[in-house]
Ligand binder design. Structure first.
Ligand SMILES: [Fe+2]
Ligand SMILES: [Fe+2]
Length: 273
């Protein structure tokens, strides 16, 4: 069954984490950590909606559909399950299920097949951007927290996201060839998805996390999200982000060197300000 944590081939299981050993006092006082973890748990738990769209798009490519179904989706859902368990352990008063249902009501409408890229190769490139986004997110989160169970959890998830990136990249190479993609088409797909990373999805998750925990007015939400982003920006692995975004362009090493700096500046502006 999709999302079953007993799915074959997973490198770890959410029950493996030492929830009883969490040093809750170390994290409970941090509103920022709550928001980072809670919004991530919402996004990961909602990933099955996106997977349905992707599986439809790649339905006649059996290996890709099988990987999405049997590996990618259960792993993303497991990230959600593990983060939810962590949040519930540290903040037991928070009604995660009700908040998530409210979040999903809005988020589910944002995921439509129409938002996929025009060609499959471009969609694979776009998926590389998404996995870059999660890899760097969990790497930064790992760097900002010191609670040992949370460090363990964020690093496990980070490692999975790198593997997802590698899979999508491998499929991208195949489709780039069969679709006959030009480099500008790849660049356009990368650009579109990078620009999207800071928009809708993450915003929806964060907004619901804030509303259900603090019930603040919209102006408080703005201030809070700025504080959360500032914390992450401090530890954000920008060079890694740039390398992962640019890899599908397959530039010569000279061209790569010339473009890395302006792309890093642009990425920083887009993602961190
Ligand atoms: Fe994930
Ligand atoms: Fe992933």
């Amino acid at each position: 069954m999709a999302g079953d944590s007993s799915a074959q081939g997973m490198r770890w299981h959410w029950q493996d984490l030492d929830y009883a050993g969490i040093d809750a006092e170390q994290v409970r006082g941090s509103d920022e950590l709550f928001l980072l973890l809670c919004s991530a748990s919402f996004m990961e738990s909602g990933s099955s909606t996106y997977t349905r769209n992707l599986i439809e798009y790649f339905a006649d490519d059996a290996p890709v559909a099988a990987w999405l179904n049997d590996h990618w989706e259960p792993e993303e859902l497991q990230h959600g399950r593990a983060l939810k368990a962590y949040v519930q352990h540290v903040w037991p008063d928070f009604d995660w299920d009700a908040a998530y249902a409210d979040f999903f009501n809005e988020y589910g409408k944002l995921c439509t097949v129409g938002e996929l890229e025009p060609t499959r190769g471009q969609e694979m490139a776009a998926r590389c951007v998404v996995e870059m986004g999660t890899t760097t997110y969990y790497q930064a989160l790992n760097a900002v927290c010191s609670e040992p169970v949370l460090r363990d959890l964020t690093w496990r998830i980070r490692t999975d996201e790198v593997q997802h990136y590698k899979h999508f990249y491998h499929y991208f190479l195949q489709y780039r060839k069969s679709d006959g993609l030009k480099r500008w088409q790849v660049a356009a797909a990368l650009w579109r998805r990078v620009a999207e990373l800071r928009q809708s999805d993450t915003d929806v998750a964060l907004r619901h996390a804030v509303a259900w925990r603090f019930g603040h007015a919209p102006q408080d939400y703005e201030a809070m999200s700025k504080r959360v982003f500032a914390i992450m920006a401090h530890e954000y692995p920008i060079e890694l982000a740039v390398r992962m975004v640019m890899k599908p362009l397959q530039l010569s090493s000279r061209l790569q060197r010339w473009t890395e700096r302006p792309v890093a500046a642009l990425t920083r502006r887009l993602l961190l300000q």
